[in-house]
Ligand binder design. Structure first.
Ligand code: SAM
Length: 276
């Protein structure tokens, strides 16, 4: 017997490769809803066939007409409706944002069923700091905007995570090697599938590896945070102080350089007095 579900929009994560990753709760909801909104009815049809579930499918993406969106929302106001994407978690570089926003505006109940998402799977494998990360979706396909995005994020003290495609990997690694020189990089490929791999190294090492072994399949690209900046040498500090002393009093010069370098203001003041 099917579970009776309360009306609302159920956002259901589905596997990113390994069909064993579908949760028991996801199956219960997919079985129990009145309809499933999905990106591609063939892709979702295959998943449902594998799970032995027959359901009414409605094609939906964020470019869908208002008519389609309204139809799904009207249905969700009265019955349970699921939203799935082709793979992984809806809304994460996948459709759903506009639908969820409209559902909230209309007071329609929302229920999220968590499950696989490539960004999280990649972070758990790469061995890069996971306490702070920024997920940047797909990097732009063209070189100039791609370098601009990397440049904007260069100073961020966080692991950067991007979705990538095999044909663009080499160009992206080249841009990373130049714009974010010296960073640790990871390529997480075919996650949860038979040929899963997560390879780490410098951008140059990874470029060389994938030139010899052209990558296939789906890819997540991760870039470690910048290292701690080197403390300035004594000579550098003296040069900074001398320059500041030309226009400022010792106390002001010490305060300014303490702010810029993180060094102790009193010690800088004492040194400034010696240099005067
Ligand atoms: N919503 C999905 C999620 O939660 O991960 C992502 C959908 S996005 C359109 C597809 C991209 O996700 C792929 O191009 C790839 O970068 C990444 N991806 C999805 N499945 C993957 C997998 N099994 N291994 C590596 N990357 C994957």
């Amino acid at each position: 017997m099917n579970t009776v579900l309360e009306p609302g929009l159920y956002i259901v994560a589905t596997p990113i490769g390994n069909l064993g990753d579908v949760s028991a709760r996801a199956m219960e909801v997919l079985r129990g809803v009145a309809a499933i909104a999905c990106e591609d009815t063939r892709v979702t049809g295959k998943l449902l066939h594998h799970l032995g579930i027959k359901q009414k499918l409605v094609r939906y993406d964020d470019h869908a007409s208002d008519v389609t969106r309204d139809y799904i929302l009207q249905l969700a106001a009265r019955q349970a409706v699921a939203l799935v994407s082709d793979a992984g978690t809806p809304l994460i570089s996948d459709p759903g944002y506009k639908l969820v926003r409209a559902a909230r505006e209309q007071g329609i109940a929302l229920v999220s069923l968590p499950g696989p998402s490539a960004v999280i799977v990649a972070l758990t494998l790469a061995g890069l700091p996971s306490d702070r990360f920024l997920f940047g979706g797909f990097l732009p396909p063209k070189d100039k905007p791609r370098r601009e995005v990397l440049g904007e994020l260069a100073a961020l003290r966080a692991t950067l995570v991007f979705y990538e495609t095999a044909p663009r990997l080499a160009d992206s690694l080249t841009a990373i090697g130049e714009v974010l020189a010296g960073r640790e990089v990871a390529v997480a490929r075919e996650l949860t599938k038979k040929f899963e791999e997560c390879r780490t190294g410098s951008a140059a090492e990874l470029i060389a590896h994938y030139a010899a072994h052209p990558p296939k399949g789906e890819i997540v690209l991760l870039i470690g945070p910048p290292g701690e900046p080197d403390a300035p040498s004594e000579a550098d500090v003296d040069a900074l102080l001398r320059a500041a002393l030309e226009t400022q009093k010792a106390s002001q010069a010490a305060a300014q350089i303490a702010k810029a370098t993180g060094l102790d203001r009193k010690a800088l003041y004492a040194r400034a007095m010696e240099l005067k």
